[in-house]
Design a protein around this ligand. Sequence first.
Ligand SMILES: Nc1nc2c(ncn2[C@@H]2O[C@H](COP(=O)(O)OP(=O)(O)OP(=O)(O)O)[C@@H](O)[C@H]2O)c(=O)[nH]1
Ligand SMILES: [Mg+2]
Length: 319
Amino acid sequence: MADLIEAGTAAAARSALRSLSGEFSREVTGLVGRLTDLRMLVEATLDFPDEEIDVLRDTDAAQRLAGICADLSLLLARARAGSLLRSGLHVVLAGLPNVGKSSLLNRLAGEERAIVTEVAGTTRDAVRETIQVEGIPLHIIDTAGLRETDDVVEKIGIERAWQEIGRADVVLQLLDARCGETPADHAIAVRLPSRVERIVVENKCDLAGAAALRFTQGGHVHLRLSAKSGEGMFLLHDELLRVAGWSGHGEDVVLARERHIEALGIAAEKSALAARRLDRLELCAEELRLAQEALSRITGEFTADDLLGEIFSRFCIGK
Ligand SMILES: Nc1nc2c(ncn2[C@@H]2O[C@H](COP(=O)(O)OP(=O)(O)OP(=O)(O)O)[C@@H](O)[C@H]2O)c(=O)[nH]1
Ligand SMILES: [Mg+2]
């Protein structure tokens, strides 16, 4: 209900409604059930080795586990996309002075939010604007041009720019398409935190006499566009959606809480480990236990006694 009230976009609101109707917990419960089945088979094989049952082979345990792993990864991706719907992606515009950062913010926002002049060092304070692309909130942050300066105010602006970069999900590093990546641009690039996605925007393609283009170079995506004319802006929209992990199936996302995403992540990791340990059943059983424990944190507890109960209810063994 809180998610529905706080929903910032129509897509987030629809997603909250689905969550409220129990769709997410139904899917998790389904996965817990499948994991429980598998645990039961593995533990029964371990605990009652004398029985005349090779249930693991008979029931195609490996394939079932692979199916669980695949579905967990899918659910995790949908939950992550949902979390993005709630919080939005933080996109920081950074680069040398005068390359057109403020112009790009204005173009994205569709209004004159930041001051644009031909004077290098125009922007001082960070300027923020939240926009929506395909229902995903994008927090765009324009920053001061990065350079050595003796100007006290500009210096503080540049410090703030680096702080914003440190908190970013994505940095759009702008440069002038007429010069390409200069040593000064390179000096900025190497200072960017490695965990942050970097997209190079070669702006002012209208002046460079080059058409809008997306290409990869040195392992990074480059977008050639013009903030002034708007040429190539669709490339930027598409790229930001890609970084956001947007599948294009907006109705597919689930609005999970942060702790749910964490639990799904652990379950996915442990199931994958279990799949690799099918040759050592006692290790496999332990990973499956951890996977199911993580999932059960979302839906409710499931204890060792519960599992034993399941085993005895299905098999006539151990008497
Ligand atoms: N022709 C052309 N001019 C542009 C383009 N983008 C920005 N400009 C011009 O370049 C100059 C600098 O633009 P700004 O947006 O202020 O650049 P900035 O990176 O924010 O600069 P600082 O705030 O000083 O760091 C202005 O005169 C803009 O009109 C573009 O795509 N094409
Ligand atoms: Mg500016």
